[in-house]
Write a protein that binds this ligand. Structure first.
Ligand code: ZN
Length: 500
């Protein structure tokens, strides 16, 4: 690979590179790469403009970390404070811009950047890398180059007029400055482990907060109130290039079990509490309330609470959600480990005519020790129907797929050993593919004549969720008929079935 010097070249004779002295007291610092394809050159005053933008972003993060009480923390970089310059590693790409398209171009750049870091190990200062790519004109070019987060890498563009000085301008140049500077910092957020999220209604109306950077703040940054949510800051708090911990070994994995989870609607709040067991300490837990009416997560309204003695409780005023009416929600719960790892669980609730229906939380389950699966449509050798009763969420029933592939509908019939009174059923889907969507439940007292208790739609989540019957019923046998899958394939899987 053709590589230039390890540091930016002097600009306009203003400053010789040897006079620049970059410093950081942190152990880990963000890698910042200016990746120049062969058919384009560095943009005008790139180093000054990008340095100013990055320092602006650094202060933005610092301000919000302080406000939430995380302390004087922000993304660490090598900076020459006197000159106001940030250390940026310029790497000359081996190919022209068209070789690195939006789709797949990021991976190609990562290959070259990793190879450069391997031959220049002092340029790799952490696991987090921001890549900036020069373009002549951002509008047609944005779709032509990588512009997204990818693991702990992110990609954004640089063009001549991307300048902090234009941020507040009303003209087109000013609008674009907001979009692309906000866009750069939004993508940087992804490289620092941040998922999308949206402000609460209260924060939206708060002039000190406004729009979340990791929602649509890339369209408001520097122009209208824009902020980082507490959920985002809590993730940054454990991020390698923000935490500045000397002792933590980052990103070495973590396992976590939610031992108990309770949910209720109380005083206008959705209250979720519970306890965990983990091998790696957890500082906070974030909750992302994502309307399940689309595939986007930009609109997931977030909350963050501390985890104390492995227990948590969050109160989320439903008036702080933008969408109620008739809206199904996925509630994503992210536990933030001190080593930067994140353990994620998902739950479901729903608004029907503005009324909240919570479909998760521990129930008084019937004892299953005398239960048996007495009939099933098909099963796999190592993914047996009986596994839905074994109390282990890791093992699951799977319809036959290795030979004589079985198609929908699939079913399981269960004998509870004696007549039981039932209020509803609880399902834990397989934590992976083949989640069942539409089901019908039948009950019977003799396993010969079956009565339908209705059709239900399960949730595309990886935790226990409930089907509540309109009224309690008595039976000894029940049958679950699976009619379709979320992935629209012919297979069905299920980890656990319980009754309450
Ligand atoms: Zn994004």
């Amino acid at each position: 690979m053709a590589c230039s010097s390890d540091s930016p070249s002097p600009e306009e004779g203003r400053q010789k590179e040897e006079d620049v002295s970059y410093e950081s007291s942190a152990k880990y610092n963000l890698n910042i790469v200016y990746f120049v394809p062969t058919d384009i050159s560095e943009r005008n005053e790139w180093h000054r403009r990008l340095s100013e933008i990055l320092l602006h972003g650094q202060s933005f993060i610092l301000k919000h970390m302080n406000e939430y009480g995380f302390g004087n923390m922000t993304v660490n970089m090598f900076v020459d404070k006197t000159l106001g310059r940030v250390k940026i590693t310029k790497i000359s790409g081996e190919h022209a811009t068209s070789y690195y398209p939006y789709e797949g171009g990021g991976v190609k750049m990562i290959e070259e950047i990793e190879s450069y870091f391997n031959s220049h190990p002092s340029e790799r200062n952490s696991d987090h890398t921001l890549v900036l790519i020069p373009v002549k004109n951002p509008d047609p070019d944005k779709r032509d180059i990588p512009y997204y987060g990818y693991g702990r890498y992110c990609f954004a563009l640089d063009y001549d007029d991307m300048d902090i000085a234009y941020l507040k301008d009303e003209d087109e140049r000013g609008q674009k400055a907001t979009t692309y500077i906000g866009g750069l910092l939004h993508e940087l957020g992804h490289a620092l482990n941040l998922p999308h999220n949206k402000q609460t209604v209260s924060d939206d109306n708060n002039p000190n907060k406004g729009t979340a950077l990791m929602g649509s703040g890339n369209y408001t940054y520097g122009k209208y109130p824009t902020y980082l949510t507490k959920a985002s800051c809590a993730i940054l708090n454990n991020c390698q290039v923000v935490s500045d911990s000397e002792s933590i070994v980052f990103y070495q994995g973590a396992s976590l079990e939610v031992e108990g989870i309770q949910s209720r609607y109380e005083g206008g709040d959705l209250v979720v509490s519970g306890s965990i067991e983990t091998n790696t300490p957890v500082s906070h837990v974030n909750f992302y309330n994502d309307p399940a009416t689309d595939n986007a997560d930009y609109d997931a309204v977030s909350w963050c609470v501390e985890v104390i003695n492995n227990a948590f409780e969050v109160r989320m005023p439903v008036n702080d959600l933008f969408l109620k009416g008739n809206t199904p929600y996925v509630l994503r719960q992210r536990f933030l480990h001190e080593n930067g790892e994140i353990s994620t669980f998902s739950y479901a609730y729903e608004f029907i005519d503005n009324e909240l229906f919570i479909e998760f939380g521990d129930k008084d389950y019937l004892d299953r020790s005398q239960w048996a699966v007495i009939d099933f449509s098909s099963e796999e050798q190592n993914e047996k129907a009986a596994y839905v009763l074994d109390g282990d969420k890791q093992t699951f029933w799977h319809s036959r797929w290795s030979t004589n592939v079985a198609s929908y509908p699939h079913y399981l019939s269960i004998d509870m050993g004696q007549i039981q009174s039932l209020n509803g059923f609880t399902f834990v889907q397989r934590d992976g593919m083949r989640k069942v969507k539409d089901i019908e439940i039948f009950i019977s007292s003799d396993s010969q004549t079956w009565e339908s208790k209705g059709n239900f739609v399960l949730k595309n989540i990886n935790t226990a969720h409930h089907v509540v019957l309109e009224e309690a019923c008595s039976c000894r046998y029940f049958k679950v008929v699976a009619k379709s899958a979320f992935d629209q394939e012919q297979f069905a899987a299920m980890a656990e079935i319980m009754c309450f």
